[in-house]
Design a protein around this ligand. Structure first.
Ligand code: SAH
Length: 358
């Protein structure tokens, strides 16, 4: 039996075309329908000469992920897709329809996350498994097919779902290469954003490879001790190193980096915290995005900063000359808002698989 080939493995698909002996323009047409128009595999196959449709379909795996569930928010324009990998893990992808009519997609980079930030539900899962580039890209295609029914398209892709993208660097770069490729998705780099817990070397590697791609840093505090309390990995990647990396990023990219700042009442939201943040950011090309905290069951005692305090915090930064925006998370009622993505069943599955591997 000849082995099967992923539609996301371009080189293998090219070889299969040569083997089945059909014209390159037919494959280009198939790719346009599948990767740019998101009309699905049946419509894509219809672009092939009739005699190779069946043999091609038998050899190609179109979707490494299966849609297990799709939930629409009753509050706002969010849809959460729960997708299952062939290994049986469930991951989440969130479609966000904003008030302006633009659609953004929040893609997961891992099953769980090793960063284990105390405020984030994904970090509490106790699992961290890398997704393959095919699994990363299939999230974009499945969401694209979902939006096709509404005759809308995903405009922005943000790697802000479950996981730490830079703990899965190789697959992320492979996926981004495909997202940018003219013959595949052909997304403009400015519409793609990677959000990281803050791994300086990886941020620089990413910027060198994809200079026009947007980067976001989850800073959450400009005080080393506070940051370590929130983000265990902060001890390994200290603030001084991050600041040096941000300065270097500017040399490479010449475009602002997004600084994400989670607002936690009594933890990192005082006016003194704001002043420290402004001082730390001085001279850097950044845009500050303040994130209201979405509570999660694991840490019921943490609260978000109330609006008056949040506005006062933003004012300190604006007076210091920074552009500040407030993030409005969508999908709180379907557990799709920032920090709420979790599939606890994955923990059990990981344990079972580890035991059977012994
Ligand atoms: N690992 C990446 C992507 C994580 S999710 C990173 O750390 O950036 C994207 C953003 O949501 C991060 O800034 C993260 O800190 C934030 N976040 C996590 N839990 C949250 C919560 N409960 N409420 C609001 N934002 C949260």
């Amino acid at each position: 039996m000849p082995s099967s080939v992923s539609i996301y493995d371009s080189a293998a698909i090219d070889r299969l075309r040569a083997e089945l002996k059909f014209e390159p323009r037919r494959l280009r047409a198939l790719r346009t329908v599948y990767f740019k128009k998101f009309l699905g595999n049946e419509a894509a196959l219809a672009e092939l000469p009739e005699e190779v449709r069946e043999p091609f379909a038998q050899r190609v795996v179109f979707h490494p992920l299966a849609v297990a569930e799709s939930a629409d928010s009753q509050l706002d324009g969010a849809t959460k897709l729960v997708l299952r990998t062939t290994a049986g893990y469930a991951i989440e992808t969130v479609i966000m329809r904003t008030g302006t009519g633009r659609v953004s997609l929040c893609v997961s980079s891992q099953v769980g996350c090793a960063a284990a930030c105390g405020f984030c539900a994904t970090g509490q899962m106790g699992v961290a498994k890398n997704l393959t580039s095919a699994e990363l890209l299939d999230q974009v295609v499945l969401a694209g097919e979902h939006m096709c029914n509404e005759e809308r398209a995903v405009r922005n892709i943000v790697f802000m779902g479950m996981g730490e993208p830079f703990h899965n660097e190789a697959a992320i770069y492979e996926a981004i290469t495909a997202l940018l490729a003219p013959e595949l998705f052909h997304y403009p780099p400015r519409r793609i954003l990677i959000s990281t817990v803050g791994i300086p070397d990886a941020m620089l590697r990413c910027a060198r490879r994809f200079p026009a791609l947007n980067l976001a840093l989850s800073l959450h505090s400009a005080r080393q001790a506070t940051r370590e309390k929130l983000i265990p990995l902060a001890a390994k990647y200290p603030l001084d190193d991050l600041r040096a990396a941000l300065a270097q990023l500017h040399e490479i990219q010449r475009q602002p980096v997004m600084i994400e700042y989670l607002m936690l009442a009594g933890v990192n939201d005082s006016l003194a915290d704001a002043a420290d943040l402004a001082a730390w950011l001085e001279g850097l090309d950044v845009h500050v995005n303040l994130i209201p905290y979405n509570s999660i069951a694991a840490v019921p005692n943490w609260q978000t900063t109330e609006r008056p305090e949040r506005d006062a915090f933003a004012t300190v930064l604006r007076k210091a000359g920074f552009v500040v925006t407030i993030r409005y998370s969508l999908g709180a009622d379907i557990a799709a808002a920032c920090g709420q993505l979790v599939q606890t069943e994955n923990r059990q599955l990981a344990q079972q698989q580890a035991m059977s591997a012994q």
